[in-house]
Design a protein. Structure first.
Length: 122
């Protein structure tokens, strides 16, 4: 059996999830818990789940720099966690259907990691 390089798989333009629950959990641990920007990515995901927003709206809502939001949205989009609804400058982003269906996995990952800003099953 051939071993698949998960990093190459997750960072490629074509996102293919094998055993989605397990892979999603690993991906979220890596993106939310494995880096300094994890808390910001979680805040963006939580906000977009409430309602779709464009990067400018997100930046104002979260009270952060626009470029910070763009940076994290690009990472989340590249990994299949958010999608952009349109092509224009002000196009809103929303949570991918896959993540929305498996939101409980994100909540469990956040609990395991113990993010300071986590306030339950919001």
């Amino acid at each position: 059996m051939r071993r698949i390089n998960a990093y190459k798989l997750l960072t490629s333009n074509k996102l293919i999830m094998i055993g989605y629950d397990k892979d999603l959990r690993r991906l979220l641990i890596w993106l939310i818990g494995g880096s300094r920007g994890g808390l910001m990515r979680y805040k963006i995901l939580k906000t977009l789940r409430e309602r779709p927003m464009n990067p400018n709206q997100l930046a104002k809502y979260l009270n952060v720099n626009y470029r910070t939001v763009i940076y994290h949205l690009e990472i989340l989009e590249r990994n299949g966690l958010v999608t952009k609804a349109g092509d224009g400058y002000g196009a809103p982003y929303l949570i991918s259907d896959e993540l929305n269906d498996k939101w409980s996995i994100l909540i469990n990952v956040v609990r395991i990691i113990g993010l300071k800003d986590f306030k339950g099953d919001e």
